[in-house]
Structures are given as structure tokens and as C-alpha cells.
Design a binder for this molecule. Structure first.
Ligand SMILES: Nc1ncnc2c1ncn2[C@@H]1O[C@H](COP(=O)(O)OP(=O)(O)OP(=O)(O)O)[C@@H](O)[C@H]1O
Ligand SMILES: [Mg+2]
Length: 400
């Protein structure tokens, strides 16, 4: 499996530093974003005061088990919850090992360590059922056809990848008419539909084969456009594809076609967030109301968002953001004006807003949306409440 997450490592010895530096030479870690800061646990604790924490943190502490415990306490104050921590140390006793695992450390390795030891420890954390990092699935759907849902999905994916420098996978589930690759000026290797013929066959290696990269953090599964594929894929195949993608990236952006089927409602259910794009007219309002009623009825308190697109197209006749808010009980997360010149130009050039119209207001709006969807601006990001000592490190309870 190709790992696409970010790792930051804090070695304390030159040998460990060399073993860590060689990690991205391993096939499985070729796409991993690896940063090494020399200085062990104390350096890590200082580092995360001002920096966001990645999925995996590897820290070396060659002192006593008490030094390790204290170092972890200091880290717990500054690291965001839910991160995986691997500790490398020289204390070689079972009790100390058990204590660290109980405190929530994912793996403890006794030094000296090799690159293969580190690779195996990370892979075992990821394989540990349900314990590997799981990306957020954000699905985009239009309240009606042609409202601009795909345009906003691909631009949001691109913006998330560029703003956070974390891995984003875009999945275009409009199998015949999808435009995700076209919008990015990419030529997909194989249509995503072909990956879905047999749910059992879908694994990270297969998914990787279907993926086309745009820059260093955004990869897409899309189509060149084809009327060949007419069979409806199975719900299991689509859900498995999304599930595998979320182990490979921090964000999975799903572009849904505007139709209604069993598999589509299944994707709406499994998504962490849904973004419904609507245009300001009555038919859009009616269909957005149907969609939001369904979402509220089936997704409990999970987050659903509204984007009002092509606003101001007919100022006097169109419905306002307030009309939508009153009817749906939800304010738009974003209102985008009607700008045919801008969108035609970007489409013709195969560019995203952040590439071809950097100084346009929409670029900043997309960055704000990306942030609301879980992206970060950079700088310190703290958990909303002070974490209880080491609670953030606890392994999630395994579900059967
Ligand atoms: N704010 C906007 N102003 C002007 N044109 C826009 C705007 N947003 C999107 N468009 C254009 O609207 C057209 C439809 O956009 P897009 O394909 O993203 O819509 P969609 O909702 O995904 O449609 P479909 O139902 O086909 O999936 C495209 O030509 C796009 O460039
Ligand atoms: Mg679309």
C-alpha cells in the first residue's frame, strides 16, 4: 500500500536520523511527506507550540522511561488529538513498553532502529483495523443539474491540497460525463468506472493505477468522458473505493452526479460532510429542500452545507440567500456570483481559480471554505479544549 500521509520525525541520534531519512526511498513511502527535525522529544514539544501536527509523529528519547513519560506529557499539551505517535527509545523492558502503549503510544521501538523497522511499525499502525488515519470524505452534489457543483468540488479539492499541503483525492462519480480531469487539464489513465467492476478486487494498488496526479498533493479518479459504461456499479464497490481512498489521503472529495440511486444515497450516508450547490431559483429551492430534508432525516447531526452559486444572474427576479436560509434553516457557507467570463476562461485553460485567477475574490472564498471543511491556514492550531493528559493518544476502541 502506498502511504500518502505526512510524517514528522524528531530523532536524537545520527543513526536514527539516517534511518528516518531513508524512509521515502521505500516504495510504500514514496508519496509520504516526510520532515525530519533533529532534537528528539524536547524539540518536538517546542515545535508543535507553533505548528500544526501531522498524522504521524515519530519521536526519539534515549533517556529513562521517566524521561519518555515526561516528554509525552509535554507533547500532549501541544499536539492535536487523534495523531499517531511512535516512540523510539533505549529502554528495553516489557513493563515500560506496556505502560507506553497504555498511555496511547501507537508503537514503541527499541533502538538502534533500521529503516525497515520504522516502515514496519508505521504499516502496522495503519493496518491495525480502524486505527489508521482516515481522511474526511466531503461529497458535492447539485440541487439540480448544471448548477456548478463539479466546478466547486474540483476547485475546493485543489484549494484544500494547496492550502494544507496534505493529500487530497478527488473521485468523480459522474461516470459518463464527469469533468474533473478535464477541468484540471489531465488525461486519466483509466476511467474510474472500470475500477468498480468487482468490489473484491479493489485495493490500494489497484486504486493507485487509476489515479492521475495534479501537482504533488492532489490526485484524481475520473473519466475522459465515455458512453461505453452503462452498468450501474454496486454499492459495495463504490463504498470500498471511497474507504480505500480515505486511508490514502487526508481528504476525499467526491463529485456526485445529479441523479438519485441506491449507491448515490449510500455515498451521502457515508460522507463526513455534504456540500449541496444550488442556483437562486425556485426549482433549485424545491430540490434543495428535498435533499436537505432527506439529509437531516438520515444523517443525524452530520454536517451538511449549502453553496449558492451563480448568484446575481438576474438580480431582480432571483431568490435571495435569505429565502434559502428561511426555507432550509441553513445559511449558505458560500455565495458565488455569476461570472461566465471567469469560468469560461478557466475551463478553456484547464485551470483552477487558485491558478488562473489568484487575485479573484473567489480564491479567498474557496480558501475559507477549505478551512471550514477541515483545512488549516497554517500556524498554531489547537484543540478546542485542553486535552486531558495523554488522552489524545489513546487508541480508539476497536469495533467488531
Ligand atoms: N459562478 C459561476 N458563474 C458562471 N458560470 C459558472 C459558475 N459556476 C459554474 N459555472 C459554469 O457552469 C457550467 C456547469 O458547471 P458544472 O459542470 O460545474 O455544474 P454541475 O452542477 O456539476 O453540472 P452537472 O449537472 O452536469 O453535473 C460550467 O460551464 C461552469 O463553468
Ligand atoms: Mg457535475
Amino acid at each position: 500500500m502506498i502511504h500518502r500521509f505526512s510524517i514528522e520525525a524528531f530523532p536524537q541520534s545520527k543513526d536514527t536520523e539516517a534511518a528516518l531519512a531513508a524512509l521515502t526511498g521505500e516504495r510504500e513511502f514514496a508519496k509520504t511527506k516526510m520532515t525530519v527535525h533533529f532534537g528528539g522529544m524536547p524539540r518536538a514539544a517546542k515545535h508543535y507550540v507553533d505548528n500544526p501536527s501531522p498524522q504521524f509523529i515519530i519521536v526519539e528519547e534515549n533517556g529513562t522511561s521517566d524521561d519518555i513519560r515526561k516528554g509525552l506529557e509535554a507533547l500532549a499539551e501541544v499536539v492535536e488529538p487523534g495523531r499517531k505517535v511512535i516512540v523510539i527509545g533505549t529502554v528495553n523492558d516489557v513493563q515500560a513498553y506496556r505502560q507506553l502503549i497504555n498511555q496511547g503510544v501507537s508503537e514503541y521501538l527499541v533502538g538502534p532502529v533500521t529503516t525497515a523497522d520504522i516502515a514496519a511499525a508505521i504499516s502496522s499502525c495503519v493496518k491495525d483495523a480502524g486505527a489508521g488515519p482516515k481522511g474526511r470524505v466531503i461529497s458535492f452534489i447539485g440541487s439540480r443539474g448544471g448548477v456548478g457543483s463539479s466546478t466547486l468540488a474540483v476547485n475546493t479539492g485543489w484549494t484544500l491540497a494547496n492550502a494544507t499541503q496534505e493529500e487530497v483525492i478527488g473521485i468523480d462519480l459522474d461516470f459518463n460525463f464527469g469533468t474533473m480531469a478535464l477541468a484540471l487539464n489531465l488525461d486519466p489513465k483509466q476511467a474510474v468506472h472500470e475500477a468498480l467492476t468487482d468490489a473484491e478486487r479493489i485495493d490500494p494498488v489497484l486504486v493507485e493505477r487509476f489515479m492521475t496526479e495534479h501537482g504533488s498533493h492532489f490526485s484524481v479518479l475520473s473519466t475522459t468522458g465515455s458512453l461505453k459504461d452503462t452498468a450501474e456499479p454496486s454499492v459495495e464497490a463504490i463504498e470500498r473505493l471511497i474507504d480505500i481512498c480515505r486511508t490514502m489521503a487526508q481528504y476525499v472529495i467526491v463529485d456526485l452526479p445529479r441523479h438519485w440511486s441506491v449507491w448515490l444515497s449510500g455515498v451521502l450516508l457515508l460522507s463526513d460532510e455534504i456540500v449541496v450547490t444550488a442556483n437562486p431559483d425556485l426549482a433549485n429551492l424545491r430540490d434543495a429542500k428535498m435533499l436537505f430534508d432527506w439529509l437531516k432525516g438520515h444523517r443525524g447531526s452530520a454536517v451538511n452545507r449549502l453553496i449558492l452559486n451563480k448568484a446575481d444572474v438576474a438580480k431582480r427576479n432571483q431568490l435571495s440567500a435569505k429565502d434559502f436560509q428561511d426555507t432550509l434553516g441553513l445559511a449558505p457557507s458560500l455565495t458565488v456570483g455569476f461570472d461566465p467570463t471567469l469560468f469560461a476562461q478557466l475551463a478553456n485553460n484547464g485551470q483552477m481559480v487558485g491558478e488562473g485567477a489568484k487575485s479573484h475574490r473567489l480564491n479567498e472564498q474557496l480558501r475559507q471554505l477549505a478551512q471550514q471543511l477541515g483545512g488549516r491556514k497554517g500556524g498554531t492550531v489547537r484543540p478546542s479544549s485542553t486535552p486531558k493528559l495523554l488522552n489524545w493518544l489513546k487508541r480508539p476502541a476497536k469495533t467488531k
